[in-house]
Design a binder for this molecule. Structure first.
Ligand code: BGC
Length: 409
């Protein structure tokens, strides 16, 4: 694993960025339609903002479009901090949108989507992944959380950070452009203790990276585990199965789960199992093997314990890489988190129709969610996710986009 991200060019703390956030070109560009002409080779570097729609209570939702110096284009909305689209070049220089999602706010608000709730592209909080029975004890008190995945709590509950309107502040600097998103989660929201002030900064750099910086502070001890839930298909969203993507995860162990996807507490070596992705391996190569863990997950839906831990919350280390043979696109993910959830899109069932009018079929997108381990508030041996008053939660993940002819290593 040669790639270690030690210095983040221009990636000042978002707290600094918010002070420096300045030049924003608020063009009259449409949320849809104009993106095609502006991205790709003829791209104009910059940021623009337009209206995405309205929430049922009348609040306006915006969409921000960022184009970097090489034509990579990302669109983000302040509803759920959702990454709506991400266009990157393949090995021939052809741009395509590599994340699953929808064109309109109505699609994200629809009953059909709310029921399926795949969390396309969204920010996840206050706690990414599952908490068993929706319960945990902290400082002698037991807290009951909203349960939204059988008896378990998943991804922050019924109205997680993926379904709230964030305050947004776009910025542009010498290294790229991005968006600072802020949301205050009140004491008791979804059952969690403490008023949590969360801040997430997306920065699309001219070195073809998306940097996601997370910060949070609380007034009472509370679990916090923030992540990003984009589903990628490096051949282009709607482009079919992800089973031929070659995946590498820098993990020698994973946390096996029970049938409700709660970790048993064991840290199990990946060696000799279908969970060994220490060398580039097609996702589909072993996914149908007769294996209890694959049965529980209906494929891969597991937390991988990263072999290399970040030395500081601002120095991410390479966690995973994914290469797609048709397009040659390569995605590298570095993080300061101790783990990553690899979810192979097992619950996609073809009943949601995406941006190109294509149904999102079973395993047509994958998520790699940088995180602490699932159910940590109930597992004393897992790294703690408890944020205390006076502390600052900090986490950074970098997605790096490139393309090459061969898988590499
Ligand atoms: C979880 C899956 C879940 C999916 C969408 C993933 O992060 O691991 O189990 O189905 O999110 O909800």
């Amino acid at each position: 694993m040669p790639l270690t991200y030690v210095s983040m060019r221009g990636a000042a703390s978002p707290l600094l960025l918010s002070a420096a956030a300045a030049v924003v070109m608020l063009g009259a560009a449409e949320a849809h339609g104009s993106a095609e002409a502006a991205s790709g080779n003829g791209a104009v570097r910059g940021v623009d903002q337009s209206v995405f729609g309205q929430l049922p209570d009348g609040r306006q939702v915006d969409v921000y479009r960022f184009i970097n110096a090489n034509g990579i284009e990302m669109r983000v909305t302040n509803y759920g901090g959702i990454i709506l689209s991400l266009k990157t070049p393949d090995v021939r220089g052809e741009f395509d949108d590599i994340v699953l999602g929808f064109d309109s706010l109505e699609d994200y608000l629809s009953d059909e989507y709310r029921q399926a709730n795949p969390y396309f592209g969204a920010l996840i909080g206050r706690y990414g992944n599952r908490i068993a029975g929706g319960q945990f004890s902290l400082d002698g008190e037991t807290y009951s959380l909203a349960t939204n995945d059988g008896d378990n709590h998943l991804h922050g509950g019924r109205q997680g950070f993926d379904r709230v309107l964030w305050q947004a502040e776009p910025f542009e600097n010498d290294d790229g452009a991005g968006l600072i998103l802020r949301y205050t989660s009140e004491d008791g929201e979804e059952g969690y203790p403490g008023r949590l002030e969360a801040e997430v900064t997306y920065t699309l750099t001219d070195s073809d990276e998306l940097i996601v910086d997370y910060r949070a502070a609380t007034d009472k001890a509370t679990p916090v585990n923030l992540t990003q839930h984009s589903y990628f298909n490096l051949e282009g969203e709607g482009g079919g199965s992800i089973l031929d993507h070659h995946l590498t995860i820098n993990a020698d162990a994973f946390t096996p789960v029970d049938e409700t996807l709660i970790p048993t507490g064991e840290i199990r070596p990946v060696a000799g199992t279908p969970f060994d992705f220490t060398q580039p391996t097609p996702i589909g190569e072993r996914i149908e093997q007769d294996n209890e863990q694959l049965t529980f997950g209906k494929g891969y839906d597991h937390n991988f314990v990263l072999a290399e831990q970040a030395a500081s919350p601002s120095e991410p280390v390479l966690a995973a890489r994914v290469w797609e043979p048709e397009s040659g696109r390569l995605l590298e993910i570095a993080t300061t988190e101790p783990a990553i959830q690899f979810y192979s899109g097992n619950f996609l069932a073809g009943d949601l129709t995406g941006k190109r009018g294509q149904a999102y079929e079973h395993r047509s997108g994958f998520a790699l969610e940088t995180q602490h381990y699932p159910d940590s508030p109930n597992q004393a041996d897992f790294p703690s996710t408890i944020l205390e008053p006076g502390e600052t939660y900090r986490s950074r993940t970098i997605y790096r986009f490139s393309a090459q002819e061969t898988a590499g290593s």
